[in-house]
Design a protein around this ligand. Sequence first.
Ligand code: NAP
Length: 378
Amino acid sequence: MLYRELGSTSEKVSILGFGAMRLPVLDGQYDKIDFERTKELLHHAVDCGVNYVDTAHPYHNGESEKVLGELLKDGYREKVHLATKLPSWKIQKREDMDFYLEEQMERLQTDHIDFYLLHSLKKDYWENLKSLGVLEFLDHAVADGRIKYTGFSFHDEIDLFFEIVDSYKWDVCQVQYNIADENYQAGIDGIRYASSQGIGVIVMEPLRGGSLVNGIPSEVQELWNEAPVKRSPAEWALRFLWDKNEINTVLSGMNTVEQLEENLKIAEAGVPESLTQDERDIIREVRRVYHQRMKVLCTECGYCMPCPEGVNIPGNFKHFNSAHIYNDVENARMNYYGLLNEKERASNCTQCGECEWTCPQMIDIKGTLKEVSKTLEK
Ligand SMILES: NC(=O)c1ccc[n+]([C@@H]2O[C@H](COP(=O)([O-])OP(=O)(O)OC[C@H]3O[C@@H](n4cnc5c(N)ncnc54)[C@H](OP(=O)(O)O)[C@@H]3O)[C@@H](O)[C@H]2O)c1
């Protein structure tokens, strides 16, 4: 395993981090984590040198933190940097911050959190947290040892990113960045700026939640096939990230041992500045093709769920995107009717809008569901 220094923290983190948002589950139920498979994955990852583990209060409806707490017993806790996040959207008063931090330490069965991030910062959460004294809370929690390092994860426009970076002595930031999203949200300019300020850069959703490796458009696959070096799409996507010196670790949401093994192998070559100019050009061309084809920039993070009416929002967007990516409405419609039950389909949306304020991608969910219904429903 290769390691990089995380900003100015002087901690050496594995370039492959373990994301605990998409753990293996039982019966397809998000809050029923498959304990044994997760144990196998996490312990194998740590045994192979992965030393950064990322979770958050809402992952698997709270079960991710609890399961990690169990699985990091017996010596594993000491081998990893454990990161979790303050659920920004739940904070209504200063005391809530201490309440959640205490609850999270209890769930994770630890007396301190190594990296505590303000989760999913967007303008309104940031303004609210600031006004409630979050920076003073962070100072206190560091001073009394409950938190070792501070940070934030981010899902808004770049100007806000700069503002937040300049507002506090952050240790790390967590941003969405991948071959398709170079100038999206914080983007490469945000990454370079944070790094220049000594802030460690952690990348999330490196495979766009799996959409850069599953159901690849034929034009993209052709580009990969024509490349002089043969690499899997996951390898191209991860090598693209590790090619950048400013990125310190990449969180992957692996949910099988095969995926873990592949990513561990790819990480062996994850050296900064190791891609040739020709290889970078191929990636640029792939990005261009994706941008032309993708209709909704949904990463299936599931923050919009559950919908009070039972609409499967990410599922709807997946079929809608497929219709555009493959230019095949009939096939997408077949899958839409075959894979989503009546309640889950777009036409069941009542336009209440509860989903929209939690979407990190700021998708116009109500409007897009109307379009989905128009395109895919007969
Ligand atoms: N702070 C935030 O706001 C925020 C938001 C999102 C994520 N995160 C963090 O970032 C982590 C990573 O994000 P993510 O889960 O979206 O990661 P991701 O790596 O972009 O997507 C994970 C999916 O990629 C596929 N995959 C991974 N390795 C593969 C391989 N070698 N070959 C083929 N497919 C592979 C799997 O898809 P299949 O399941 O379809 O096989 C997996 O479910 C999360 O776990 C979480 O810790 C944070």
